[in-house]
Design a binder for this molecule. Structure first.
Ligand code: NDP
Length: 489
């Protein structure tokens, strides 16, 4: 069956393009999928435009839109095993992690389903004049382009699709060329849940070929993008001539600040998951460890000991605790960053190489790596390497910790570890990031907004603001008994 979904029909690429999807864990062929070109992108936008302008979805009552999202949540739960397996084959991530993701995705649909069904935020405005009925109504923005990355393919997609549909929009989704399968499966579930034809459209293909036209097309009203900083800049520029609404969820280089009075064992444990979960391919990864001077040696020694014990393996290897990188090109990039860091004076404490295990040679594995004695001038500290590489910086006091944490163009997330509550909250307030954890790392809930400050982007996903991103607030003023004002009399 063809994999592009346009106007409610499954279709092959107009120009016959296809792409092989290979599992990053061992290079085996997962499937060959259709690869869209600009003509397919234009057809998908036309279908979404038509569905928005004349189709039923934008005019469906909020309670019914919410109910559809709740049905999607149930269907995702029903098909969880198939979805998790498909996600693991595309990304190489451990099956158990994909299973957690599927629960989170169902919860995301459930959250927005309930939020939308509860009313959508329309309100009556008290003008002080009983002769006027003044209301603010929330309308859908229109046709949305949704572009997502490969690290959490369906999760990032759900954060956009659920609120976009909940608000009554229509959309064209373009997932990463590397990880298309769960997006295809989601289209089937949306149809099964009862979404009318044309409201959801899917093009698979390369960003520059199939994605770029979706960011330029004058028929598109909003572009919501999750991905890297360089692509985000291009998308913002592409959307500018037609003044589309833009939401950008970009990268991060997130500081994990550990004070000497932190709970040692817990801080070590979380510092490891902060950076090595999913081989560091997490936008909020705690890739920068900032550790107070007096704790430094013992803390780093313990991190290194535990990092060296992390077992690498494929998605279905139950002994494995971390998987491969997404591609050979991505591993090359990480190797270049580590080499640059060493050339600039970082000290290698562990890793810094591919594993020697012969069973892993067909996958894109890289050992958990710790680079010590780093500083913010090094490219491996400044840039998002997006791999299993922890850089360690020292600080003397609270003031220096905050200054170092903020010495980055990014502002996605960060964490502070201390038993001193006052210090924890002072630091959490001063770190310029969209999410700050205190004595924790990574958790999020769909009720709370997610997004970046500075060059980590703008706009918010999840929470009420995540729905508002896809709504226009319109003020309707109704003069109930107009009489001539005679302004010009
Ligand atoms: P990229 O920026 O390379 O790609 C993201 C998406 O954009 C892909 O679907 C890609 O297509 C597409 N794309 C690429 N070029 C264009 C273009 N010119 N026009 C339109 N679309 C385009 O990011 P990665 O896929 O490498 O993902 C990793 C990045 O995502 C990291 O920087 C990470 O921090 C960030 N991220 C941010 C999150 C957040 O919440 N802030 C969450 C998760 C990830 P294709 O790949 O098919 O070529």
């Amino acid at each position: 069956m063809p994999e592009l979904f346009i106007g409610g029909a499954w279709t092959a690429a107009a120009e016959g393009g296809t792409r092989e999807i290979r599992c990053p864990a061992d290079g085996t062929l997962v499937a060959t999928v259709d690869e869209a070109g600009p003509r397919d992108a234009a057809a998908a936008v036309a279908a979404a435009r038509e569905a928005f302008d004349t189709g039923p979805w934008p005019r469906t009552p909020a309670a019914e839109r919410g109910a559809l999202l709740l049905r999607v949540a149930d269907l995702l739960q029903r098909d969880k095993a198939d979805f998790a397996r498909a996600e693991s084959l595309d990304t190489g991530k451990r099956l158990v992690e994909s299973e957690y993701d599927m629960d989170d995705i169902a919860n995301c649909f459930r959250y927005f389903g309930n939020l939308v069904a509860a009313g959508g935020g329309n309100r009556i405005v008290d003008t002080g004049d009983p002769g006027v009925d003044s209301r603010v109504v929330h309308e859908p923005v229109g046709v949305c382009t949704l572009i997502t990355p490969w690290n959490y393919p369906l999760l990032q997609t759900a954060w956009k699709v659920a609120p976009a549909l909940g608000a009554g929009n229509t959309f064209v989704l373009k997932p990463s060329e590397l990880t298309p399968h769960t997006a295809v499966m989601l289209m089937r579930l949306l149809t099964e849940a009862g979404l009318p034809a044309g409201a959801a459209n899917l093009v698979l293909g390369a960003g520059a070929v199939a994605g770029a036209p979706l960011t330029e097309d004058p028929r598109v009203d909003l572009v919501s993008f999750t991905g890297g900083l360089a692509t985000g800049r291009r998308i913002m520029a592409a959307a500018a001539p037609t003044v589309k609404k833009v939401a950008l969820e970009l990268g991060g280089k997130n500081p994990n600040i550990v004070f000497a009075d932190a709970d040692f064992d817990a801080a070590v444990d979380y510092a490891l998951t902060a950076v090595f979960l999913h081989s560091g391919q997490v936008c909020s990864a705690g890739a920068r460890l900032l550790v107070q001077d007096e704790l430094h040696d013992a803390f780093v020694a313990q991190i290194v000991e535990q990092a060296q014990a992390i077992v690498l393996g494929g998605p279905f290897d139950e002994n494995a605790r971390s998987g491969p990188l997404i591609s050979a090109a991505h591993r090359d990039k990480i190797e270049a960053y580590v080499a640059a860091g060493l050339a600039e004076g970082a000290v290698l404490r562990c890793g810094g190489a591919r594993p020697e295990n012969p069973e892993l040679q067909d996958g894109f594995y890289y050992l958990p790596t710790v680079l010590d004695e780093c500083d913010t001038q090094m490219s491996v500290v400044r840039d998002e390497s997006f791999g299993p590489v922890l850089t360690v910086e020292r600080f003397r006091d609270e003031r220096e910790a905050v200054a170092l944490a903020n010495d980055t163009v990014y502002g996605l997330s960060g964490a502070v570890w201390t038993k001193d509550t006052g210090k924890a909250h002072r630091v959490a307030c001063r770190v310029r990031a969209g999410t700050v954890w205190i004595n924790d790392f990574h958790p999020y809930v769909p009720q709370a907004e997610w997004g970046g400050m500075k060059q980590s982007g703008f706009g918010r996903e999840l929470g009420p603001a995540g729905l508002a991103e896809y709504q226009e607030a319109k003020h309707v003023w109704h003069n109930l008994s107009p009489t001539p004002q005679r302004w010009f009399a």
